[in-house]
Design a protein around this ligand. Structure first.
Ligand code: PGA
Length: 251
């Protein structure tokens, strides 16, 4: 896999208000495009739901792609507070993060629900970025693969039941690494990637897989992370809120 197909996903979480996100985007719009052109990489910005459409409208003609930070596991109906994949497609999202550990925790989402979200997205031609990862305790007990297996199996089951064929991204994000400044050793990330790709190699429903890493990615540790030959992208939280830092990560 050539480096040119690298994916940089900026997860803005709920760090900006509507006005802040819009002005951050407007201020850096041309720079995002230049960054994309110069690097040849794909940049996906994931603002919060409220401002997503406003930014996409602002981005007409831009080279940057957009993603949501979650979606409903239902197509439509009486689900107060939720947003369906069809609407995300209609406003111009190409990607959607699902199964982020913060969403799993605060919105009590289940592995099976995340599988259903993947199906809803795939049916709308939105590429799911499926987050998986273990807690610190699980890491210490050496059971990360077991946890990831459970998380991935639920998605596979949903894909099989819905009989959909998909192109997916899996972001390995150890929960203990998110926002903590700590990252796992390179060899450890490599072994998790190997585990995931071997597991998915034999799955008929998956046509292509991109492996991303997320968790405390910075302009300082990115060179080391890029030594992982299997790495095809990065999911960046905190460091994506500072344009200069994000640019250093990408270029
Ligand atoms: P972080 O967040 O880069 O701030 O650790 C990553 C994420 O939660 O996706």
């Amino acid at each position: 896999m050539g480096i040119s197909s690298f994916l940089y996903v900026a997860n803005w979480k709920m760090q900006f208000s509507f006005n802040e996100a819009l002005s951050f985007y407007k201020k850096n719009k041309n720079n995002f495009d230049m960054m994309t052109q110069k690097s040849g990489h794909r940049i996906v910005l994931c603002p919060s739901f409220d401002v997503l459409y406003a930014i996409i409208k602002e981005a007409q003609g831009s080279l940057v792609f957009f993603g949501a930070q979650d979606c409903s596991s239902h197509n439509y109906g009486a689900y107060t507070g939720q947003i369906c994949a069809e609407s995300l497609a209609q406003i111009g999202c190409s990607y959607c993060i699902i199964g982020h550990s913060e969403y799993r925790k605060y919105a009590h989402s289940t592995d099976l629900g995340i599988g259903k979200k993947a199906v809803c997205l795939i049916k709308q031609n939105i590429k799911p970025i499926i987050c998986v990862g273990e807690t610190w305790q699980e890491y210490e007990h050496g059971v990360a693969e077991k946890i990831i297996e459970r998380q991935i199996d639920a998605v596979l089951l949903a894909l099989q039941q819905a009989n959909v064929v998909a192109d997916i991204c899996i972001a390995y994000e150890p929960i203990w690494s998110i926002g903590s400044g700590k990252t796992p050793p390179i060899d450890y990330i490599k072994s998790i990637f190997k585990y995931i790709s071997l597991k998915l190699e034999v799955v008929k429903n998956i046509t292509s897989l991109m492996l991303l890493y997320g968790g405390s990615v910075t302009d300082e540790n990115v060179a080391n992370l890029k030594k992982i030959s299997e790495l095809q992208g990065l999911l960046v939280g905190g460091a994506s809120l500072d344009f200069q830092k994000f640019e250093k990560i990408v270029t």
